[in-house]
Design a protein around this ligand. Sequence first.
Ligand SMILES: *Cc1c(COP(=O)(O)O)cnc(C)c1O
Length: 392
Amino acid sequence: MTFEEIKNLDEQYVMHSYGRFPVALDRGQGATVWDVDGREYIDFTAGIGVASLGHADEGWLKAVAGQAAKLAHISNLFYTEPYAKAAQALCTRTGMANVMFGNSGAEANEAMIKLARKWSFDKYGKGRGTVITLHNSFHGRTITTLAATGQDKFHNYFFPFTEGFRYADANDMDSVEAVAGHDVCAVMVELIQGEGGVLPLEKEFVAKVADLCAKRDWLLLIDEVQTGVGRTGTLFAFQQYDIQPDAVSFAKGIAGGLPFGGVMANEKCREVFTPGTHGTTFGGNPIAAAAACHVLDRMDSGFLAQVEEKGAYLRAQIEEMGLPCLGRTRGMGLMIGVEVKEGWTNRDLAAKLISSGLLVLTAGPGLRFLPPLTITQEEMDKGLAILKSTLG
Ligand SMILES: *Cc1c(COP(=O)(O)O)cnc(C)c1O
């Protein structure tokens, strides 16, 4: 089908909940993708941080196809090896105690919020279900995770929202203390606010939040849906913050392109969910779990060191270009935010770059780059050249 044919079908039969860019993508290899007319693009998005090993990765394909040929789905009423192995890999590499799998980031956060509330209920009873989150955060699109998201623009249309969330300012302990109360059970944060604009939390602030959680017997919940699974140069971003969270959610990059996610709990919270208290039909699906096992296997220390190096290279190159519309870069590893200067809008710049052959994302008022972690030197340089020639 041609682009126009696909677009017309989409216009007629698909709900208009997305403002799509005018490109219909057809196939990919590594960090390069091609549209239906055969035009090439360098991918600095990885499908919003999902295709962590790039497109059509050989080892990933083998893991997925092998499991699909064996057993695609059988439900959580039975044990399967990929589920158990993916859980083991995550726990042994993070110091967490156990895991529950779901299918997306919002669902992972929903599970993490349920875990926190039930942990508190089991210990203290009713009336202690409030979760403190941060302004400018993003935690998902379900009614509850929208409520958890600390941005007013998301608190519209869908009333009534789930109650039990209060918002504090990032990097401001006074503001956290100001919303504390006897009804609080947990604090939930992204260590780098992703959708909010690639804004890393200060280490000192995170350490103080962790101290306050310990003092008040609140759980420290970390949303690593975007920062997790190698994206920042360590398997999880919290490993660069000198903290051991009570629970960590993850999704996006975990299965290298398949819907998968979940929540890890520490020793204190390992027995919170008992049979019947939480569940999902698809969660831990054997194909996605087998893909996750492969993704985690590939992310050894050498792989993670390269993520760090590639991120540093891209940032240095972008800053050196001194493009008139772009300011400073920030982030960790291959999670990169670029400031857009006054007079330009990120959406316009993104549209220009995409039509010039470089797929990019926006975040907050800036641009955001989340390339596949396997991106090659050649692909990075091609992407940088497009950036320079398009915005220079
Ligand atoms: C993307 C994202 C989510 C939501 O994940 P979905 O898979 O879209 O439900 C939640 N939290 C963070 C930090 C995210 O980046």
